[in-house]
Design a protein. Structure first.
Length: 415
């Protein structure tokens, strides 16, 4: 049960066709071999070709300098990983990345709603470079150890963290097999440095929490969209409806997105297949995607006549992104919900994760998505029906109680 709104900051947001990537942000973990466009003195009209004489010659020249002058022993495996990272980073797209076999396995594990680790959602502050706890998962290892939201990771076992380390790399350090212990040095505002020994365990990622508010208004908070989210969401809806809810607030604030299949299933549960837009578009389309040539490549529609026939308010803010915007746009276009809060993030592109033959994978931006009314929200976001900023005094708080949450109060006025 949830009795408060936990603010969550995000470093990046990813909507993918097969899995999600809250921790999978831009580029190589320690720089790249071919990622810095501003240092390139030559360009090829035919695009990047690693087999071209120019690239081969330059690579051999660099390798020769390393062999002759580099003081330390080179790590061939590390160099290979950074080579592939660099190819993806050279696309200049923070959502197109390379995953090693281990990283891809971890990503699939997360998508299934369970993983082995300390049980914390973590992120990276874009300005400071610090990696911090967004929220410990309730009753998870980090929660039981006493780690709190906004605690900053300083050291993982014997590894001192620096601000140029990528989130993926640090997450990989923190994770480990069930039953193993990780020693964490954290910095907490007002208390200084604190050390924790956290025993890793299998963690279920609970992404949906719900409760009944006053006047029989249901409240559902969705923190991200992964494989287990639709089931948790339906359970919450059904429970609130059976308890006599007269309306429902769906809180997507600070939700960075996730799987398109998850959000489509949730929209489908609220809408029936007869729903149609007033301008005649539809019927029943939830979202559709187009490739760079404007060809429609996917069209997701309502599959049955199940619907939720209650007034709905969707709460959003500037960190509501990707799959959150698909949900919001769908509800708004059909007039199924009133949208309250501030303009959403504006991520209207889709990634697909494509496995490689050796067990690694690449995630590539493949399409743009459009709301049922045909709106392109990329870099624009979705304007709420009722605009309300979070009170200034609350913006620095990690945990916001319902009775002080002015955005939630405005949402409740809509019923």
């Amino acid at each position: 049960m949830k009795s408060k709104f936990i603010k969550r900051s995000i470093i990046c947001v990813t909507l993918v066709l097969t899995t999600f990537g809250i921790a999978g942000c831009a580029g190589g973990r320690f720089g790249s071999w071919f990622g810095n466009k501003e240092e390139t003195t030559e360009s090829s009209d035919e695009g990047f070709d690693p087999n071209s004489n120019r690239i081969k010659s330059k690579t051999e020249e660099i390798e020769s300098l390393i062999d002759n002058y580099y003081y330390f022993d080179a790590d061939a495996e590390k160099q290979e990983e950074e080579y592939f990272d660099g190819i993806m980073e050279g696309l200049d797209d923070p959502y197109s990345v390379y995953y090693t076999k281990k990283e891809y396995e971890d990503l699939e594990e997360e998508n299934n709603g369970e993983y082995q680790g300390i049980g914390s959602v973590v992120s990276k502050n874009i300005e400071s470079g610090e990696i911090y706890v967004v929220r410990p998962i309730v009753d998870g290892p980090s929660d039981k150890a006493g780690i709190l939201p906004n605690d900053v990771f300083v050291k993982v076992d014997d590894v001192e963290l620096t601000t140029d380390m990528e989130l993926d790399y640090v997450v990989d350090l923190i994770r480990g097999d069930k039953g193993t212990t990780v020693h964490l040095t954290m910095y907490r505002e007002g208390e200084g440095f604190i050390e924790f020994d956290v025993v890793r365990d299998k963690v279920e990622n609970v992404t949906v929490e719900y409760e009944m508010l006053d006047d029989k208004i249901g409240y559902i908070s969705v923190s991200q969209f992964i494989g287990t989210t639709p089931g948790q969401f339906k359970e919450g809806i059904d429970s609130l409806v059976s308890d006599g809810a007269k309306g429902i607030v769906i809180d997507l604030r600070d939700n960075p997105g996730g799987m398109v299949t998850a959000v489509v299933e949730m929209c489908d549960y609220i809408l029936d297949d007869r729903v149609e837009l007033s301008d005649g578009k539809g019927p029943g389309v939830i979202v559709y995607t187009e490739d760079k040539k404007g060809n429609q490549i996917d069209r997701f529609e309502c599959s049955d006549n199940h619907s939720v026939n209650l007034p709905i308010v969707v709460l959003v803010n500037g960190n509501s992104a990707s799959a959150s915007e698909i949900f919001t746009g769908c509800m708004k276009d059909y007039g199924k919900a009133v949208v309250v809060g501030t303009t959403t993030y504006g991520k209207g592109i889709v990634q697909s994760i494509l496995p490689l033959s050796d067990g690694s994978a690449v995630k590539i931006t493949i399409a743009k998505y459009f709301t049922p009314a045909g709106n392109d929200i990329h870099k624009k976001g979705i304007e709420p029906d009722v605009q309300v900023e979070l009170d200034e005094k609350l913006k620095q708080k990690v945990v916001i109680e319902h009775d002080e949450d002015n955005q939630l109060k405005e949402a409740l006025k809509q019923f």
